[in-house]
Design a protein around this ligand. Structure first.
Ligand SMILES: Nc1ncnc2c1ncn2[C@@H]1O[C@H](COP(=O)(O)OP(=O)(O)OP(=O)(O)O)[C@@H](O)[C@H]1O
Ligand SMILES: Nc1ncnc2c1ncn2[C@@H]1O[C@H](COP(=O)(O)OP(=O)(O)OP(=O)(O)O)[C@@H](O)[C@H]1O
Ligand SMILES: [Mg+2]
Ligand SMILES: [Mg+2]
Lengths: 249, 249
């Protein structure tokens, strides 16, 4: 099962969700692969992959296989990225089937994993399009704030367009409320607004705002390893359970 | 004085700072122009510019002047953007002097304003390069969190490269700590780390995490209009004072 985490709005917990969901699934004994598809390499940096020799840039330039670039962390495999991935969008723009490069690369490793989680950059450009072309399911983490809400229409239409043209099995698994602060009335209104105006699944799980979640990267660990009894760890374990149930795996 | 707000890390308060600093400066009777250079158009949407006929995309394609696209909001001028700006990076990639398109466009209006504030997308690609080529000063809002810190080296080297090749008067005015939460010990460590390891100015002003700041966009106002007595409004007024002093204007 390939799951892609997208949101073109910045700082909506894509990387935080990719790492913590991935690690929570790995803790239930699933074989998990995390793919860092962001030239900023936050996911790679977080999990201690600092100067990788081969990265997703080499895979996307079709000069390496995913199997060649893997590093093992916290019981799962990481396919890292670094800044060289930024040039890839320009370099592959003229390749025929430039949207299917990642799909082809994933076909060789798909059978080795129960879950492949792809972390995307804050954009809907060619790297993200590759992820959406390759993936079966999509998770959209979003803050219950109006600037985050603004981009939702564009996500829905981008997914619809790719489903029609490049990947007919593409589905949005759901929207994940993140950095939820129980004291904010406005978030409740935005949550209700989404429920009433979008025909999209809102996950039952919510990830509460929790300082342990933001501290975990500086210790090079998921929040589940760093602070297993925190609200953050609890919420991501809960979310992993919901994902397991929804993907019957 | 042209000031550009950058940070390729997502959700670090670029748009929030562009709007609230701009409005705080306008409240001191300065003539202010806000430029939305993000295809996601958060700034434009926030200030109630929802379906502009002409946008920064037309300016960047050299089919309109900035003066043609301006809309007045909260005592300042807004040069809006929308999704069509996303294609611009591809469309102008082959123009000679593609990094100076914005600079030329700004030359025509520069004299009409005390401050021009440019809000950039979460990337260091051609749109942001245009802003850095045109601007005199740069503000980098950043969260005191490790995933935000990771990108700082890249910002420093990108600015250095553009200063050398395209814009010799380019300077980073300073780093602005945003969404500061006094209770977090880790933020103190990250703040100290930046002070000790970077030869960059850290503004004395800090923008505290404040729910009024995140609520303001849903009312279509800056935090200064929406909640003038809040910590958010206070912090941005303070920051505007510091900017006035540093830019002696
Ligand atoms: N539940 C949470 N509680 C507290 N802090 C959080 C939570 N989730 C994420 N954060 C923090 O918010 C910031 C943004 O999160 P993250 O980097 O995962 O977002 P992103 O969508 O991947 O950003 P980008 O658009 O830059 O890729 C990070 O500093 C992260 O540690
Ligand atoms: N001081 C603050 N207190 C509380 N919330 C804040 C504060 N500053 C920003 N926010 C909220 O954090 C979120 C991210 O802020 P903003 O959109 O300004 O960041 P950005 O850097 O422009 O994001 P992007 O990378 O997507 O352009 C928004 O929902 C905003 O309302
Ligand atoms: Mg990320
Ligand atoms: Mg923004």
């Amino acid at each position: 099962m390939i799951i892609t985490v997208i949101n073109q709005k910045g700082g909506t917990g894509k990387t935080t969700t990719s790492v913590n969901l991935g690690c929570a699934l790995a803790q239930t004994k699933k074989k998990v692969l995390l793919i860092d598809l962001d030239p900023q390499g936050n996911l790679s940096y977080w999990l201690g992959v600092t100067a990788p020799e081969l990265t997703m840039a080499d895979v996307m330039m079709q000069e390496a296989k995913i199997a060649d670039i893997l590093q093992e962390r916290e019981g799962l495999s990481v396919a890292p990225s670094d800044m060289s991935l930024a040039d890839v969008e320009i370099n592959i723009a003229s390749i025929e089937q430039r949207e299917s490069v990642l799909k082809k690369a994933l076909e060789e490793v798909e059978a080795d994993y129960d879950y492949i989680v792809i972390d995307c950059p804050p954009s809907l450009s060619l790297l993200t399009v590759n992820a959406l072309t390759a993936t079966e399911r999509v998770i959209v983490p979003l803050q219950m704030e109006v600037l985050s809400l603004q981009g939702l229409d564009q996500i829905v239409s981008s997914v619809a367009r790719i489903k029609e043209v490049l990947n007919d099995k593409l589905e949005i698994l759901g929207l994940l409320p993140v950095m939820v602060d129980g004291r904010r009335n406005l978030s409740r209104e935005i949550y209700d607004y989404i429920e009433e105006n979008y025909d999209l699944n809102l996950f039952e799980s919510k990830i509460r705002s929790n300082v342990r979640v933001s501290e975990a990267p500086s210790f090079g660990e998921s929040v589940l390893s760093y602070s297993p009894n925190s609200n953050g760890a609890e919420d991501y374990r809960q979310f992993a359970k919901e994902i397991l149930k929804l993907t019957k795996n």
